[in-house]
Design a protein around this ligand. Structure first.
Ligand SMILES: Nc1nc2c(ncn2[C@@H]2O[C@H](COP(=O)(O)OP(=O)(O)O)[C@@H](O)[C@H]2O)c(=O)[nH]1
Ligand SMILES: [Mg+2]
Length: 499
């Protein structure tokens, strides 16, 4: 006891003790803080899961459902011929040599020419570049997302009570298998709840196999009476790997890509799906009569009400493509896509749009390794699991010819070209960039990324299940966000102020 008192009496010792205690307190506080934020994803998913498990329970085909005899497919609504607005959307008469040369110059030059090639950078340079670019682009994105928004401020939005509500020549489209039912139901449920119960757009479900009666019954029974739903099967020749592909070579190439960790590369069905969504789906007989599709994938979520008709918005604002997220791709899945594309545009320069989103294709600072592997393409692409598309664009001469060129170069199989980079490159090259719209008001999640707008104080539009501005819950994935380049280099002031 006496030595202890003696110890405390000396002021330096007392200071040491106080220092140790305060350090312990800091460690405890930090631990509490980080453990709560680390728990966030699982708590988040638990909440979502609990909520949608209930939806699922109510929708599982019960005895009453399977005994229902009313399982026939609901016929299509009569719809008007889609007006041929192609001429107004793109103009192939561009034969101004100076302009074309200028475009090729831009397509062959990195957005930041001062940045050296990835392989010639030393480690310190790479780290510093990544740090600086992430800081800069993170700020652009965060600043932009911190503005509270509701919906586009255009002259006219079609509301649910407007007589034009639901009148666009449009459908919701989902490519799925019977096994996707459980993941698909909550996605439909949310789309209905947040948007479609107000506008009543039809659904088209496509499958390479046959839809089961259980699948069809469940979907029909969960949707409001009268909702037009059609189920279609895809022709084998539109889905299967074409005979022109040498299977031996396909296997060898996939083995190589697998070693480079290209996702899904060994799933033949995934290659088929990417090819189908790139160049076939819009020719499916069930989609022939439609001009717009909203693509819906299983496992996706919507967090905010959409109180205007987005298809009518596309139509009235002359938009061709609507997206919510834009990201970098795995460059090893598309090592020759860019050079194959350049071959095509050199032969067909008149398809290039002088006002294309070229800077976005040529960005080389955030993921210079991608730019190098993809031989001059940033790999920035619209995340096509959500896309609202004017199919006239996909059915246009430029897009179709481009698709034929890609098909003939076999990259859907000898590489693993996704429909997302393919579509995005076409959009950015052939279209005036102002025809591409970021629906930043549509709060959407497909794991692991989210588009989550900030709402004005007191707004009830969003249900609070996403965190405004949070692109991903996994910090190391922030580098995958390409949106800053879109904001900084592509959007006009008018577009930035549209919301
Ligand atoms: N019918 C059918 N649909 C598929 C197949 N593979 C993928 N899909 C659909 O294609 C879309 C993209 O596939 P998904 O597995 O979600 O790919 P990810 O989003 O890239 O992970 C989804 O709508 C899937 O349901 C398949 O083999 N058959
Ligand atoms: Mg998906």
């Amino acid at each position: 006891m006496i030595p202890l008192l003696h110890f405390f009496r000396r002021s330096t010792n007392l200071l040491i003790i106080l220092f140790i205690i305060s350090m312990m307190l800091i460690v405890i506080i930090l631990h509490l803080f980080f453990s709560s934020s680390l728990q966030e994803p699982s708590t988040y998913f638990e909440n979502v899961k609990t909520q949608y498990d209930n939806v699922w329970k109510n929708l599982l085909p019960s005895s009453s459902l399977s005994s229902s005899s009313n399982t026939s497919i609901i016929p299509f609504e009569e719809s008007e011929e889609s007006p041929n607005s192609q001429a107004a959307l793109w103009d192939y008469s561009n034969d101004d040599q100076d302009k074309i040369e200028d475009i090729f110059q831009r397509l062959s030059t990195p957005l930041y020419p001062e940045i050296p090639s990835y392989s010639s950078m030393n480690m310190t340079y790479r780290k510093q570049l990544e740090k600086d670019t992430l800081a800069k682009n993170g700020k652009i994105y965060n600043d932009f997302m911190s503005t509270p928004i509701i919906e586009p401020k255009v002259d006219y939005l079609i509301r649910p009570d407007d007589e034009l509500a639901g009148s666009a020549n449009a459908t919701i489209l989902s490519l799925v298998t019977n096994n996707d039912l459980k993941e698909l139901l909550p996605s439909i449920q949310q789309l209905e709840e947040k948007f479609n119960k107000k506008f009543g757009y039809p659904y088209v479900f496509l499958n390479d196999g046959e839809f089961s009666e259980e699948f069809k019954d469940t979907i029909i029974n969960m949707l409001p009476n009268g909702r037009v739903v059609k189920f279609g099967q895809i022709e084998k020749e539109d889905w299967d790997m074409p005979d022109t592909i040498d299977r031996e070579r396909y296997k060898i190439e996939c083995e190589k890509m697998d070693k480079l960790k290209v996702s899904y590369v060994k799933k033949e069905s995934y290659h088929n799906m990417c090819r189908f969504y790139s160049r076939k789906f819009y020719h499916h007989p069930l989609l022939q009569e439609y001009k717009y599709t909203w693509r819906l994938e299983p496992g996706t979520s919507l967090y905010c009400d959409v109180d205007y008709d987005v298809f009518k918005f596309m139509e009235m604002e002359n938009k061709v493509y609507g997206y919510v997220l834009n990201l970098y791709d795995g460059a090893n899945s598309i090592p020759t896509l860019w050079e194959t594309t350049m071959e095509f545009v050199k032969k067909n320069p008149n398809y290039l749009n002088p006002n294309g989103a070229f800077d976005w294709l040529k960005e080389n600072a955030q993921k210079p390794e991608n730019f190098e592997t993809a031989k001059g393409y940033s790999t920035c692409h619209f995340w096509t699991n959500f896309e609202i598309t004017n199919l006239d664009f996909l059915r246009s001469e430029a897009y179709e010819k481009y698709m034929d060129h890609l098909e003939n170069s076999n990259g859907f199989y000898y590489e693993r070209w996704g429909d997302a980079p393919v579509r995005s490159i076409a959009l950015a090259l052939f279209l005036d960039k102002s025809r591409i719209h970021w629906f930043r008001d549509i709060a959407y999640n497909h794991n692991p990324y989210t588009n989550c707008p900030k709402c004005p104080e007191g707004s009830m539009r969003c249900d609070g299940r996403c965190k405004p501005g949070l692109f991903t819950m996994w910090k190391d994935l922030n580098i995958e966000n390409c949106q800053a380049t879109w904001i900084d280099k592509i959007m006009s002031d008018e577009e930035k102020n549209l919301y």
